[in-house]
Design a protein around this ligand. Structure first.
Ligand code: MG
Length: 341
């Protein structure tokens, strides 16, 4: 196998703010693996929350280079992911970029999109939600209105501010027909989360995502037992062993390729979550379509999809284009591999 690595700089269309901070731009690392006249593409979208940056990804991939270049059969993705995880227990986004590129290569060798290779129904892919980042109430209402006008039926609203109620009221008034998901990114106390869930239940809210810190599993259980709204866990559900650990204190497991380290592992987590009675949402980081498209291939296995990472980018910023369309539809067609055009 031949491996090449390239950093891509992504500009967001608007500053993106969550309870932990703001972002205007981010770097992803694109990986290309070629073999037998075909080339697979994947990307890492590192998150400092999980200890990664573009620089750590590049260093990690250099450490993995001998293993990747020694792969003699790209179809052996399960074994390769295991070997990469064994070599670098952390660095999930770096490992994920290799996993995506190898899966894309398999798709190019077979001329099959991954959804078909895996036997999935392309029509079962839920539309993605679109995220409204934190701003003042008027700004958030305006963003929500523009998103609804662009065709998004479900909006994920970031909360965890000094006045979440004013913000959610403004959004709900601006887009009365939209379904809302709320994401506090760990910002609330358990008691505040339950109090907030009580007034949020008056709106069309599907669930509360990560209301309390991941470091407070008992607080999470308290919210789950007292909230009138379902509870989704993102920061509390990172890798496979987290799935059974959250099963008695959440309704929805939020999986992300960049947290778990690869497409084999993500599929394992989907099935583990189902076995534990959890619904599954597939989420993402701020990602180029060279990563988002891999998630899109998995979308038919999921109950909810939040794959808007590339939709939040400035139009000219992403060099790739995949199956996730403006307006939220995931268009799984016959493009091979991860479905890049
Ligand atoms: Mg989240």
């Amino acid at each position: 196998m031949n491996l090449s690595v390239e950093r891509v700089s992504l500009e967001l269309a608007e500053t993106f703010t969550i309870s932990r901070g703001s972002t205007d731009r981010t770097d992803n690392v694109v990986v290309r693996i070629s073999d037998g006249g075909h080339e697979g593409i994947g990307a890492a979208a590192p998150s400092t929350h999980y200890g990664e940056t573009a620089a750590t990804v590049e260093a990690a991939i250099e450490r993995l280079r001998p293993t990747v270049e020694a792969v003699d059969d790209p179809f052996q993705v399960e074994r390769v992911e295991r070997e990469l995880a064994h070599e670098l227990g952390r660095n999930p986004a770096a490992r994920c970029a290799v996993s995506i590129a190898l899966h894309d290569l398999v798709g190019r060798h077979t001329d099959l999109p991954l959804w078909r290779y895996w036997g999935l129904d392309p029509d079962a892919a839920p539309d993605t939600s679109y995220t409204v980042g934190i701003g003042d109430p008027e700004t958030m209402a305006d963003r929500a209105r523009r998103a609804a006008d662009a065709g998004y039926g479900t909006l994920k609203v970031k909360v965890g501010t000094d006045d979440d109620r004013a913000r959610v009221d403004a959004v709900a008034e601006a887009v009365p027909d939209a379904t809302l998901r709320l994401d506090a990114n760990e910002a609330w106390t358990p008691k505040d989360a339950v109090r907030n869930a009580e007034w949020l239940a008056d709106y069309d809210v599907e669930f509360l995502e990560q209301p309390v810190p991941a470091a407070d599993p008992e607080g999470l259980r308290y919210v789950y037992e007292h909230s009138p709204l379902p509870v989704a866990v993102d920061e509390s559900c990172v890798t496979l062993p987290d799935v059974p650990a959250v099963a008695d204190r959440a309704d929805v497991a939020v999986l992300k390729l960049m947290k778990c380290g690869g497409l084999v592992e993500a599929r394992r987590m989907v099935h583990a979550a189902r076995a534990h009675g959890l619904d599954v949402m597939l989420g993402c980081m701020i990602e180029t379509d060279a990563a988002i498209s891999a998630g899109a291939q998995l979308a038919p296995l999921c109950d909810y999809v939040d794959l808007d990472g590339s939709l939040l980018l400035d139009d000219d910023s992403d060099p790739y284009e995949g199956p996730v369309r403006a307006g939220g539809h995931i268009d799984l067609d016959d493009q091979p591999g991860i479905g890049l055009r």
